[in-house]
Design a protein around this ligand. Structure first.
Ligand code: GLN
Length: 448
């Protein structure tokens, strides 16, 4: 009830929630109370969790904040939603996002712009901006996001909260509306590192219904990883490619101050190089739209959601349903991706991008021969003004310059707050080897 009251007071200004059924939320909370009266509490007993509108949930609409999914009700819960329910969580509703998770500002949503609670004239980051805004404003203690190129970590940084993107394959993607299948991964957005660990522990695990969910992923002691209070013996890599001219001077100073504090906690800071970093944005913006163009071909006006009125014939139904249903950023991605995959261009673009992806992966593997963990800024800038980048997609694409390389490599990453510049939060990003979320959580807990 406390959180529902806060949502009722603040959601109008923030537009963080797009679907919410208060009676249904309270009914779940009462069911949790009833369970607790008879049994030992489950790991997330009674904990309210909001979820991005990209997760299929049986109770209520799932729209991916797109008009093309108008009228769609998912026939089943995403695997992670089932796991959260089994852990005793109370689902608080669906949060705002960029349409189909394509964006860095939560401005392309069919439900309108979402706002940053630190300054409502600014964006919360994206694409999981609604989840970040809701957690930062304490409309919910925790939320889920998805991260294809930074969509958990960048909004977490811009809203001053913690966000964790697990290793690719740790969390099932079944029932999460696909954007770029080889990059997408779901994770928590919370107010502390320990909360992020608790939620990840509950949501992760093998799912035979997702071929990319890994069956022999190393088990971690998620909560014990958060007991670290110092960094003795920890070798932290500081990649020179992530501290560059053109980034905000205040962001750079905050992250460098954070690294000094890590040294005081016993860490050794090691200068490293990830030489193919400069190709990450270009590589991502070939691979992600290519996969998106294939994934989004299923929205044909027949199987899901919206169909145009009075189609003349089948082709007219397909083209008009898609034209009316998709926003302009989604259309831009479909066109770019279909172009990159088309015969004659495939080798020059998609295949080449996959080769560069391997080089980017190798950069990280080599770096982790020298260091245990890598620290960088999460975003080169703090939260920008609503409308500032909407006319220039290329500048918007640069918002993820520090986050998307690790998605290309499948690695886990965590963003946590590390200071303020002009009243706006700055994020510190940790990157660990695959399956070593415990290293991320340990470093972040000691720093926190
Ligand atoms: N901003 C990036 C994009 O637009 C990443 C989005 C995401 O991680 N879902 O593709």
């Amino acid at each position: 009830q406390l959180y529902l009251d806060r949502i009722a007071t603040h959601n109008e200004a923030l537009n963080a929630f797009v679907h919410l059924d208060a009676d249904h939320v309270l009914a779940q909370a009462q069911a949790s109370d009833a369970y607790r009266a008879k049994h030992a509490p489950r790991p997330l007993e009674g904990l309210p969790i909001a979820v991005k509108d990209i997760f299929c949930t049986q109770d209520g609409p799932t729209r991916c904040c797109s008009n093309i999914l108008d009228g769609f009700n998912a026939p089943y819960d995403a695997h992670v939603i089932t796991r959260l329910k089994e852990a005793g969580a109370v689902l608080v509703g669906k949060t705002n996002m960029d349409e189909f998770a394509m964006g860095s500002s939560t401005e392309t949503s069919a439900f309108g712009v979402c706002r940053n609670p630190w300054d409502v004239s600014r964006i919360p980051g994206g694409s999981s901006g609604g989840s970040a805004s809701a957690v930062a404003a304490a409309l919910t203690p925790a939320a889920l996001g998805t991260d294809t190129g930074g969509s958990i970590r960048q909004p977490a940084a811009l809203c001053g909260i913690t966000g964790l993107k697990p290793t690719y394959g740790r969390v099932s993607r079944r029932g999460i509306i696909a954007f770029a299948s080889s990059l997408d991964q779901a994770g928590p957005m919370t107010r502390s590192v320990r909360d992020a660990a608790m939620v990840t522990a509950a949501m992760s695990g093998h799912d035979s219904g997702d071929a990319t969910s890994v069956s022999d992923a190393p088990e971690l002691d998620w909560l014990a990883a958060c007991d670290k209070t110092d960094m003795k013996g920890l070798r932290i890599g500081k990649p020179k490619e992530y501290f560059v001219d053109g980034m905000d001077a205040g962001v750079r100073a905050s992250v460098e101050a954070a690294l000094k504090q890590c040294e005081a906690l016993g860490a050794e800071i090691v200068d490293i190089s990830l030489p193919h970093t400069e190709y990450a944005v270009a590589t991502y913006y070939v691979i992600a739209p290519s996969e998106a163009s294939a994934n989004l071909s299923r929205y044909d006006g027949v199987r899901f959601g919206r169909r145009c009125d009075e189609p003349e014939d089948l082709l007219d139904m397909y083209t008009r349903s898609r034209d009316e249903g998709f926003g302009s950023e989604v259309k831009r991605r479909i066109l770019t991706g279909a172009f990159a995959l088309s015969s004659g261009y495939y080798d020059a673009y998609y295949l080449k991008a996959q080769q560069v992806r391997t080089l980017i992966q190798q950069d990280f593997l080599q770096a982790f021969e020298q260091v245990d963990v890598i620290a960088t800024p999460t975003s080169p800038v703090t939260a920008f003004a609503v409308g500032e980048k909407t006319d220039d997609p290329l500048t918007m694409y640069l918002a993820d310059i520090f986050t998307l390389a690790l998605n290309l490599a499948g690695l886990p990453g965590l963003s946590q707050p590390c200071g303020m510049v002009d009243g706006l939060p700055v994020g510190l990003q940790w990157i660990a080897p695959a399956w070593r979320e415990d290293v991320l959580l340990g470093a972040a807990s000691a720093y926190e």
